[in-house]
Design a protein around this ligand. Structure first.
Ligand code: SF4
Length: 743
């Protein structure tokens, strides 16, 4: 099979993602599975347009308008006034309606009268549910202290309750998947280098060259970010993609570096060493802004092109070609910091290398480089700080993970739950997160949950974690509540200097007995003895006060079609005191390498391939698996397998397979093989988030393979405590037989 032939297919996948996908096209995506019924949204006659929506089908939060007929939302569109996503929304944004009206959604408070993991649900009143939650959590607090409660939050609605448990109740034991299984390493690595978290602030629209390491834009869709990337390509930016897989981005690249997984730091070190040895770095920027250049130069001097070529399993000439391309286009180069970067347990060093390369190219504060937009200021309202119990911080007690992001590393919490050391954790609050499919080795999460005195979950949908709740509370969705302030600058901030402020406003009323996070948290707080600390009485009041800090109000925003736009500031330039720590003494003093260092990963054992995973353009991990439109677009997560390997194994495209990992853990469900030359022989790939087990999910249950369940070997990043999740090796199983994957 030639790469050229498959390219078209990959581009098709990418175009699926590129904003506002016609639904008919979505439904016609290929797969070998029977599709579930699809209902078209209906005609537009008799509808009114409601402004002020903010999408939360993913965290990017595009600005929406809703078309409402007979009090029913019939269509979602991008807000034409938006200077961020504009009128575009992606397939998932479109399908928000199917989440809103999903018949499987949580409707009433429920009590588990069966077992955790095998629940039997009984509908109860809010009064009874809140009384029981508060009494059980209070009992844990009184017996074990506030640190006896752990919390796993996710999403905009989880911030207010998270602050309640951290600041009013006083537990450190809060673990956000978005930090400890996703971007936390990136943030702390950049803070340790630039003293600022990078977000995704690279000016790709104005870049002359873009370097993506493991980012697969096109499959990874965040509308305004994707617009920036596509604008850059349209303007002629050279694209380098480093990925073991021929991703949607690799399909558009000038150079595709098909790297061996886990070795990216060696690749980056060799590029930086080459730039220094050949005087191709930005000496003026380094002299003005970089500290520790001598230690840095010495520390990476071993990283020759040949050294890296052997480690990364790529030609030395290709590393040189990439280095030359970056140097030729410097400083207008976007080195993308990545987002989900928790890969191999050596990632802090890799992300430090991203930041150092950016500095060596002088690609900071310039067009096309790392540029922090200057957005408007809006003051957040939440629980007052200062009630933390500092004596029970697990990180400090263990004297580990000195560069961890805010909160507590998940493994420290799970270990304390299971061993009772250094202290027991007996109460658990899970709000919008699904730790069964966000945290690796779910078997360990089950063990941690089974020993709890009390578990409560709050969510919009049932998920695999809600099967472990004692009390399960139904939350209003992002289309039914006030909530998040979205602010920022024009998507292509180079063209126009404008800022925007918008606030999430309900497009329709919440149905059944669903409630928002402020109401639920405040009712809990009153029952747990914290009524005196409640900062606001309603979510609407919270938003009103936050807007007031920027001289706005809900009424004003409504008058302005949901988005206030004001003049912005030129984002370019670097302040004189901006400092880059190429060598960081604090890191070294804490016992880690102060200069970015490559730490080797375990080799793939014979007969296996490394399991890597990524995003689907039409799903947001596990959260959208029950959405019937999105299910129809991609019902399972095909397993990418090298075509030569597949030939030798007797597998063909579309064959149904399951998986077993090198520790003997088998996938519960099956998927299909995607035979392709576009993946290394030592690697298999699939989209993350499939394989739900909850029988309440009548669409998504049993669809595809759950990658997280196969991730049983976790490598914890030593500096940050984040979970490295690409260290597992798998075989494919066909008709009950595990097949060796040829070397
Ligand atoms: S990128 Fe798509 S899913 Fe994410 S917020 Fe925007 S429209 Fe919603």
């Amino acid at each position: 099979m030639s790469l050229k032939v498959t390219r078209r297919k990959f581009l098709q996948t990418a175009s699926l993602a590129a904003a506002s996908v016609p639904l008919a096209k979505v439904v016609s995506a290929e797969n070998g599975f029977v599709r579930k019924p699809f209902t078209p949204p209906g005609s537009s006659a008799g509808t009114t347009t409601v402004t002020g929506g903010i999408c939360e089908m993913c965290f990017w939060r595009c600005q929406l308008v809703g078309k409402v007929r007979d009090k029913k939302l019939v269509k979602l569109e991008g807000n034409p006034k938006s200077i961020d996503n504009g009128t575009a929304i992606c397939a998932r944004g479109n399908a928000g309606i199917k989440l809103l009206y999903d018949p499987d959604r949580l409707k009433y408070p429920m009590k588990n009268v069966g077992e955790r993991g095998n629940p039997k649900w009984k509908r109860i009143s809010w009064e009874e549910a809140l009384d029981e939650c508060a009494a059980k959590l209070k009992a844990v607090e009184e017996k074990y202290g506030p640190h006896g409660i752990a919390m796993f939050p996710h999403g905009a609605s989880a911030k207010y309750p998270m602050h309640f448990f951290e600041r009013a109740v006083g537990t450190h034991n809060v673990s956000e998947a978005s930090f400890f299984q996703c971007r936390g390493i990136r943030d702390t690595a950049y803070v340790s280098t630039f003293n600022t978290a990078p977000g995704e602030h690279v000016d790709m629209a104005n870049a002359k060259a873009i370097l993506l390491i493991g980012c697969h834009f096109g499959e990874n869709v965040h509308v305004s970010h994707l617009k920036r990337y596509l604008k850059g390509l349209e303007n002629g930016a050279k694209l380098v993609v480093v990925d073991p897989r021929y991703s949607a981005s690799a399909a558009k690249s000038d150079i595709w570096v098909q790297i061996k997984p886990g070795t990216d730091t060696a690749f980056l070190l060799a590029i930086m060493n080459y730039l220094i040895e050949n005087n191709k770095y930005d000496k003026k920027f380094v002299a003005a802004h970089c500290d520790g250049f001598e230690e840095f130069q010495k520390g990476i001097s071993h990283a020759s092109l040949d050294w890296a070529a052997q480690i990364c399993d790529i030609p030395a000439s290709q590393i040189k070609e990439v280095a030359e391309l970056l140097a030729a286009n410097a400083p207008n180069v976007s080195i993308h910091p990545g987002r989900h970067v928790s890969w191999h347990g050596n990632d802090f060093q890799r992300l430090r290398a991203h930041a150092c390369l950016t500095a060596l190219l002088g690609a900071i504060g310039v067009k096309g480089g790392f540029v922090k937009p200057k957005g408007p200021k809006v003051k957040g309202i939440s629980w007052a700080k200062g009630h933390h119990d500092g004596a029970h911080n697990l990180k400090e007690m263990a004297d580990k993970y000195h560069f961890a992001p805010p909160g507590t590393p998940t493994e420290l919490i799970r270990d304390a739950c299971i061993t009772g050391k250094p202290y027991p954790i007996k109460g658990c609050v899970i709000w919008g997160q699904n730790p069964m499919q966000t945290i690796p080795k779910p078997q360990k999460t089950v063990e941690a949950l089974k020993q709890m005195d009390f578990v409560m979950c709050v969510d919009v949908m049932p998920t695999d974690i809600t099967m472990y709740a004692d009390i399960l509370l139904p939350e209003a969705s992002y289309l039914e509540r006030y909530d998040y302030i979205k602010k920022g600058t024009q998507w292509n901030f180079a063209d126009k200097h404008e800022q925007f402020i918008s606030a999430r406003m309900p497009l329709v009323e919440a149905m059944f007995e669903r409630k928002d996070e402020v109401w639920i948290t405040n009712e809990l707080a009153k029952r747990m003895g914290h009524a005196d600390k409640i900062p606001v009485n309603s979510l609407e009041e919270k938003v009103e006060k936050e807007l007031a800090s920027a001289g706005l109000s809900i009424a004003q925003l409504k008058k302005e079609d949901g988005i206030h736009i004001q003049p912005g500031k030129d984002p370019y330039g670097v302040s004189e005191d901006f400092e880059v720590l190429l060598y960081n003494e604090d890191i070294e003093d804490s016992g880690y390498p102060g200069v970015p260092t490559y730490i080797p990963v375990e080799e793939v054992p014979k007969g296996f391939a490394r399991l890597v995973y990524g995003r689907s353009p039409v799903h947001t991990f596990n959260r959208s698996q029950n959405n019937v439109w999105l299910y129809n677009a991609m019902p399972v997560n095909p397993v990418w397998l090298n075509d030569e390997s597949a030939n030798k194994m007797g597998l063909k495209d579309g064959d149904e397979v399951s998986m077993v990992n090198s520790e003997g853990v088998k996938s519960t469900f099956t998927s299909v093989v995607k035979v392709t030359p576009g993946i290394r022989k030592d690697t298999v790939y699939m989209a993350h988030g499939y394989g739900s087990k909850n029988p309440m999910l009548t669409v998504g249950k049993g669809a595809g393979i759950d990658d997280q369940a196969l991730i049983t070997k976790i490598a914890i990043d030593p500096e940050t405590g984040c979970s490295g999740m690409r260290n597992n090796f798998v075989k494919l199983v066909k008709s009950g037989k595990a097949l060796d994957i040829p070397a």
